[in-house]
Design a protein around this ligand. Structure first.
Ligand code: TYD
Length: 209
């Protein structure tokens, strides 16, 4: 059996980590093994690339360089972690995936269609079975964020940049409504969890799980 690939999108204060833990519990209760990874990151090579990407000292980084490093980290994550786990029949949950590059690099950095093209090579055409976008107004999200880690290089971008990012996600939601589910992340943890569970139930039904 080919496993499932589920990705989560959403910025600071959307409650992504909590909800990822709940998704893991959902599948564990069905006796299905879950592998968890993140982007940028996952395997050691990609974690090294993550340090370069998020280092607030790297103020000189060109937008195309940035986009290619995100894609490079992704290529390694897909081949070293995601695909092998799926071949073992597991559920793979990835914190951010290609949609982040579409939102941040294609829309935020305004690099346009080259981002999707590069990422087709990075992923070998792999697309998630389901993507949950925890949507929250960036200002509200910031106010809610736990603040346990300082802002990364992208967090420091302007409000205009973050508005373009959000518009990017909204445009994906419009063009791929089956795969890409927008969830209002301004509610309580329990409300958000309920909405995500509905999406997971629907996915499992459609896959006969
Ligand atoms: P991370 O700490 O994982 O962010 P968060 O806690 O907000 O999920 O840092 C990832 C940062 O990198 C985040 O600001 C979004 C950005 N990013 C991109 O710009 N493009 C990408 O393809 C990915 C995966 C992330």
């Amino acid at each position: 059996m080919r496993g499932l690939f589920i990705t989560l999108e959403g910025g600071d204060g959307a409650g992504k980590s909590t909800q990822i833990r709940n998704i893991e519990k959902y599948f564990a209760a069905k006796g299905i093994k879950v592998t968890h990874t993140r982007e940028p990151g996952g395997p050691p090579i990609s974690e090294k690339l993550r340090e370069i990407l998020l280092d607030t000292g790297n103020t000189e980084m060109d937008a195309v360089t940035e986009m290619l490093i995100y894609a490079a980290a992704r290529a390694q994550n897909v081949r070293e972690i995601v695909l092998p786990a799926m071949e073992r029949g597991e559920v793979v949950i990835c914190d951010r995936f290609v949609d982040s590059s579409i939102a941040y690099q294609a829309f935020g950095r305004e690099l346009g269609s080259m981002v999707a093209e590069v990422n087709r090579h990075a992923t070998g055409g792999l697309s998630p079975d389901l993507t949950i976008w925890l949507d929250i107004d960036p200002e509200k999200g910031k106010a809610r964020a736990s603040g346990d880690k300082g802002p990364d290089r992208l967090d420091l971008e302007s409000t205009a940049f973050h508005s373009r990012v959000r518009r990017g996600y909204a445009s994906i939601a419009e063009s791929e409504p089956e795969r890409f589910k927008r969830i209002d992340a301004s509610g309580t943890i329990e409300e958000i969890q309920g909405l995500i569970t509905d999406c997971l139930d629907e996915l499992c039904r459609s896959k006969g799980i």
